[in-house]
Design a binder for this molecule. Sequence first.
Ligand code: GCB
Length: 600
Amino acid sequence: MGIYTELYPVSNEFRHAESLDGLWRFRFDPEGEGEKRGWADKGLPEALSMPVPSSFADLFTDAAKRDYCGDFWYEAEFYLKEVDESRRRFLRFGSVTHTCRVFVNGKECASHVGGFLPVVAEITGAVVPGRNVLVVKVNNELSETNIPCGTTVRRSDGTKRAMGYFDFFNYSGIQRSVYLMELPREAIYDYELSYRLDGKDAYVDYAVMADGDADVKITFKDAEGNVAASASGRSGTLFIPCAHLWKVRSAYLYDVVIELVREGKTVDRYQAKAGVRTVEISGENILINGEKTYLKGFSKHEDADIVGRGFSYPVLKRDFECLKWMGANCFRTSHYPYSDEWYRMADEEGFLVIDEVPAVGMMRSIANFLAAGRGEAKGFFADCPDTALLSKNHASALSEMIARDKNHPSVIAWSVFNEAETTSEEAERYFAPLFARARELDPQKRPVTGVLESSSSPKRCRVNKMMDFICLNRYYGWYICGGELKEAENLFRSEMDAWQALDLKKPFVFTEFGTDTLDSLHKLPGVMWSQEYQQEYMLMHFDVFDSYPMIQGELVWNFADFQTGQGIMRVNGNKKGLFTRQRQPKAAAYTMRDRWLRQK
Ligand code: GCB
């Protein structure tokens, strides 16, 4: 098999995917002694039980476990009736945060850096008939050479503490589903699709990556199961006359079926959904299928009570129902790629997704988000301890994200960073190859962007020239001129005038604006933290957004309240949600909904 990319597990007559989710054995390893003691080979002594998928932090009742930083281990077992030489076996973890090593029956089968993309381990040579023991060693320390950036400090009692340069809790563990997969020796391991529209018809350029030299057949079936187009060969073009387009909030999905055929017999099949649509930037507009589209929605987090960042179908479903109720059409996966299921549902529901790598915290400050919000950010790249290593990890995450998500019609853009330092020569040098890489890797050549905080001003930012559209996070009326909306609006307008004067001929999207708001606090006239203030702040933003034609999107920070580290700036988490953490609307959700339902 070639390089296994990130294909979502499927089951059919040729391949089998079995979920290993459930209660695993778990143990912390504060002394880092697990390997010496043979845990990788023999399994874990005196283990706790731990749900997978989940973050571990909020399941315990004591602070030391919640805040644990260092190595920790998981163990599970699975049974195989037989080990058939004609099959290959893999494990696919949706993510393991932040670094891990995977052992099966004592044999190391994979290691991975980066906590928000799949870890795939080939276990063919390690498995035996009967009982198999799977052990995963995880580490959740933060550093300036991996993303998201932060640092790890030692407390006087010897314990470690992760200090993120970012504003979300450092949730960790096996936070997404785990699959045991069985594939034929000759298997499809990747495919890519890209679209061209010609009047009512569509052309689909495709490529299929597979082992061996069997023939490839690819078929698009419509929603009724009729063949809409088919072709043979590892790459080529399908023609779909009178194609049904995947449209914003009105998704049409074809079934794409890829087969490997040897001597007239199918030896492997992979099936998925596909949406025919184009994405393009034209001057100051974002075009989906050639139609001007204004982005309405949120920057989000994967975050919920108890499970933390652990994937949960009920949370996914509730979030999409709330997004639809709001009249939204878009979200950004701040500040890391989400679990596969998010994109699958966005494909189905016709939502647009700005897909972001975990490159957050590329700015050094105790309260990074505060400095960022105020435009007081300090340099980062000039004195980063190992820019080459950071860049390597960043590039891997970018490549893995594009490999995993490239075929989702919902994904309309790649975000290379959130609020990095962009004003130095070093920053410019750091980002140029990453933008080039994203452009090179995406078969659909989607727009590539990055998200700018206040120091990345029209005069000083050196990276916006690399972006196909400009994403701004701005907090006029919160971090800047909090409580003084009139003055905040004036400053906001002068910044927008300066951007307009640059005449970049690119769309601008607000990827963050918002106010911390307690669902218990009402005050008339509004004061900061009250529900009334959040509404007034939004109304001020509507006026500004509607004054500048280059503004082509508004994604509120945040969809829902979310957990952060502790500190004097946060009342048990960030409260900028239009929804509470339990996904109930605050007053400003109605204000926003009213606007979005009226907009086309
Ligand atoms: C930002 C960050 C985001 C923070 C937000 C805030 O600029 O991108 O991660 O949570 O501000 O609320 O301060």
